[in-house]
Design a protein. Structure first.
Length: 604
């Protein structure tokens, strides 16, 4: 129960398959036929068999009584002959009359017993039909109850802090953001997404939010007329620009603090108008002595004079290489930005804020914009612009571009301000490996690279957990009753006739060599024969047999089938579907879980 409550309160990332419940209906014992025992029939059959066995003896007694009657009538007296005659009649009745009466009584009793059996079986069939209908009705009711239960249940991290997602494709990230974002906003939460992948992974979520009328702010970075530095102080501008330029060129060995201080001092000189990248680039050109007062452009005369006196000649010469590098980066950013204020951060009740990196920018410009957006978001969060009630989540899609110290600093700022950070890494390498396990919950989607899949499988744990995956309950009852009667009669007759005439004749001619003479020799025979046969026969037999068997067999068995629920090998992660994921959560007792964020599963 605690697990279910925790799952409902957590943000939903997808669905976990729990399967359909097996319909096991408690069965009542089926009806058993009560076949009437043929007790009277057995007694009659026993008496008839005994009479049949005594018949040979009684035949001799009848014969002896008949002889005695004749002798007494002739020799003694005719009246006395009545005694042996009566004895002969009585014994004759016992010999032939009583067995016939017993046979007829047996046949009649057998017919009555068969009628009783038929009546009993008809009642038994009605009872069986009623039992089957009752069983079917209970199974149907149970099936309707089970069908109402969804086989896919929502699943998400139980922890409330950082979530790291590794691997997957753009399609998988779209499905994951859609599942997570819709569950968060439907619960009244707010979401900020930095889509730095240039693959528009947040587009389905943004479209769905627009269709449902949710308040959103969506900005494509860069926008030619938008100034990302709007509303930032000189100190914040120095940190943002210096960190963005340094992160885009990690091979630089100069101090970040010096760069940030230099940019801050330049921004402080631009007091007559808002700081923009175009004005910032002109300021660096002034420091490099590349602009005359007549070429100052967007800079005022006082700003130009202040910038000219900012650095002494010796300091300018020593920092000239640094100034050239900063000016080059600022110039590239000035070419894709403008002067208007960026409106993506206004509005406290906005449900969804999206900052999407345009796919039209080159990799060099995209890298600068990626780190710039990252730094500006960190500053905005640190200023408390995302404070308020409800759960708030910041998603960075494409976190592979940032180093471990930057991600850890972003994470600590989010934790201090009560925000939940979600990092989406396309690969498990470089900085992603360094921060693996530093958050609370970890999700793994498809990792095609064998080395990355190996690291993920090692992190999840390859131990096999033995669980009961199949439960089987069976109960059976078997009852059988049989009755048979048979009668056989036969009659056959055949007749055959045959007649024939046979005649043979042979002739032979010979010729001599010297005295040739033709002559004939041979024989001629003829004959006639005829036969007729008739056969016939009649056979008749009648037999009556009766057998009854009654038996009941019951069996009950319960079985558990054990399977490996998680045999986490690298090939498992390499073969995941685009929307499937394996979630590892230290606070979830059922971790790891196998889920899927396909939005179609929500309706199943």
């Amino acid at each position: 129960m605690a697990e279910a409550v925790a799952t409902r309160e957590a943000v939903q990332w997808g669905w976990e398959y729990r399967g359909r419940e097996v319909v096991v209906v408690e069965q009542h014992d089926p009806p058993v036929p009560a076949v009437p025992p043929p007790t009277a029939l057995a007694a009659l059959e026993s008496k008839r068999a005994t009479a049949e066995r005594l018949r040979p003896v009684l035949v001799w007694v009848v014969a002896g009584a008949a002889v005695a009657t004749a002798v007494v009538a002739v020799v003694v007296q005719p009246l006395l002959a009545l005694i042996p005659a009566l004895v002969a009649l009585g014994v004759a009745w016992l010999c032939w009359g009583r067995p016939e009466l017993l046979r007829r009584a047996t046949v009649k009793e057998h017919q009555l017993w068969l009628a009783d059996c038929v009546s009993t079986m008809a009642g038994f069939e009605r009872d069986v039909q009623a039992w089957q209908q009752d069983l079917s009705e209970r199974e149907r009711t149970r099936s309707l109850t089970v069908d109402a239960v969804r086989p896919w249940v929502p699943v998400g991290p139980v922890t409330k802090e950082r979530v790291d997602l590794y691997g997957g494709t753009a399609a998988g990230w779209r499905a994951a953001l859609l599942a997570m974002g819709t569950s968060l906003m439907s619960a009244g939460g707010r979401l900020v997404v930095l889509d730095l992948t240039q693959d528009t992974v947040v587009e389905p979520l943004r479209q769905l939010a627009e269709e449902h009328g949710a308040p959103i702010r969506a900005s494509v970075v860069p926008e030619r007329s938008v100034n990302p530095l709007a509303e930032l102080s000189a100190d914040e501008v120095g940190v943002v620009v210096a960190e963005a330029l340094r992160a885009a060129e990690p091979e630089q060995s100069e101090s970040r603090g010096v760069d940030a201080t230099l940019v801050q001092q330049v921004a402080e000189c631009l007091q007559d108008a808002p700081v923009t990248f175009k004005r910032l680039h002109l300021a660096f050109q002034v420091l490099l002595r590349q602009l005359t007062p007549d070429q100052r452009g967007l800079l005022t005369r006082s700003e130009y004079a202040t910038l000219t006196d900012l650095l002494s000649e010796s300091a300018r010469r020593s920092a000239e290489a640094r100034l050239f590098r900063l000016a080059a980066g600022v110039q590239r950013l000035a070419a894709v930005t403008g002067d208007a204020a960026m409106d993506g951060w206004d509005g406290e009740e906005v449900s969804l804020r999206v900052f999407e990196l345009s796919h039209r920018e080159s990799e060099l410009t995209a890298s600068l914009l990626r780190h710039l957006t990252f730094q500006i978001t960190m500053v905005r969060i640190q200023r408390g612009e995302l404070s308020g009630r409800g759960e708030r989540i910041v998603v960075i899609a494409g976190a592979d571009a940032f180093a471990r110290p930057e991600l850890e600093r972003f994470d600590s700022i989010c934790r201090r301000n009560g925000l939940r950070l979600v990092l989406l890494f396309a690969h498990l390498r470089d900085s992603a490996v360094e921060v693996l396990g530093g958050g609370d919950a970890v999700l793994f989607m498809r990792l095609g690279n064998a080395k990355e899949a190996e690291q993920a499988a090692t992190f999840i744990g390859r131990q096999h957990r033995l669980v009961a995956s199949q439960f089987t309950y069976s109960h059976g009852t078997n009852t059988s009753t049989s009755t048979s009667d048979s009668t056989t009669r036969g009659n056959s007759a055949s007749t055959s006739d045959s007649s024939g005439v046979q005649t043979s004749d042979s002739r032979q001619a010979t010729f001599g060599l010297l005295f040739s003479r033709r002559h004939r020799s041979g024989s001629k025979t003829s004959g006639e024969q005829s036969s007729s046969s008739t056969t016939g026969g009649t056979s008749w037999s009648e037999s009556t047999s009766s057998s009854t068997s009654d038996g009941t067999t019951e069996s009950t068995s319960i079985g558990y089938q054990r399977t490996y629920e998680y045999a986490m090998e690298p090939t498992v992660l390499q073969g995941l579907s685009p929307t499937a994921f394996v979630m590892v959560d230290p606070l979830d007792p059922a971790s790891p879980r196998l889920g899927d964020c396909d939005p179609r599963l929500g309706a199943s």
